[in-house]
Design a protein. Structure first.
Length: 266
């Protein structure tokens, strides 16, 4: 690197470059340290001196940085590239990265807005419920809003019984059985029929899986199910499903001699 006693014609000091390109001197020093943009010359006093070619390179760096490229990408991949096709390929890859970031940020924004709605509807500060709602939003559980209707004891039970994977599996089973109940009701299947009793057994087994055989939880679940606080869509779905579920369970209990409110012993 050449050294000059004074600033020769055609060279700019670091301060002049910073002012022209609207960056800080510290930024230019950092780019030099990182091997992105070193000055073409130095004055005897150690002042960094830049040429018009350096300005073009700095403009390239700032443009790529604005597009979301990291300094490592710019230094190791983009600056050396001279073939337009190669540059276009790298830009395409970066475009994909940006699209993914946008999708993730859009999803995060949606989750934040959903949580804000739940917080305002709960009218209480409960960070354990907030955490459960966030987990269920991340699980893509459309019924995350049900959480606010559960009391702390029930939620503690759910947390102890299910992890993320088993929770998703249980939810899918519940929704499948709800849909199946509506199908059987619409088809006019008698609750006392083998198909009706088979469904009732599957539904009762699901309840036992949820409660772990704790009969004291049944009144709570019934109370939650009868709540008037649910949205209209949920109420309608539950009403359709319960039109078959309730008499089917009654027939199953009668046929099997089961007392649902008697805690099981093992």
């Amino acid at each position: 690197m050449e050294k000059y006693r004074a600033v020769p014609q055609g060279y700019l000091t670091v301060g002049e470059v910073a002012k022209r390109m609207d960056v800080t001197v510290r930024t230019l020093q950092h780019y030099d340290k990182e091997g992105l943009l070193s000055p073409s010359a130095l004055s005897e006093g150690g002042r960094r001196l830049y040429t018009d070619k350096d300005i073009v390179k700095l403009h390239q760096i700032l443009s790529l940085k604005h597009l979301g490229f990291s300094l490592n990408d710019i230094r190791d991949r983009l600056i050396p590239l001279d073939d337009p096709a190669d540059v276009a390929q790298i830009l395409s890859e970066q475009a994909d990265t940006i699209r993914n970031k946008i999708a993730n940020l859009t999803e995060s924004l949606s989750e934040i807005e959903a949580l804000k709605t739940e917080v305002l509807e709960m009218q209480t500060v409960d960070f354990k419920k907030y955490a459960d709602i966030i987990v269920n939003l991340e699980m893509k559980n459309d019924f995350y809003w049900l959480i606010k209707h559960f009391d702390g004891e029930t939620l503690d039970h759910i947390r102890s019984r299910f992890d993320k994977e088993s929770g998703i599996a249980f939810l899918q089973k519940f929704l499948h059985l709800q849909d199946e109940a509506i199908r059987l009701q619409n088809a006019g299947v008698p609750v006392e029929s083998p198909e009706g009793l088979q469904f009732a057994k599957a539904y009762w087994d699901m309840i036992l899986e949820f409660t772990n055989g704790d009969a004291t939880m049944l009144p709570k679940l019934m109370q939650i199910g009868e709540s008037d606080e649910f949205n209209q869509e949920w109420k309608q779905m539950q009403a359709k499903a319960n039109a078959f579920i309730e008499p089917a369970l009654g027939a199953y209990f009668s046929n099997s001699g089961i007392n649902p409110f008697q805690e099981e012993t093992t």
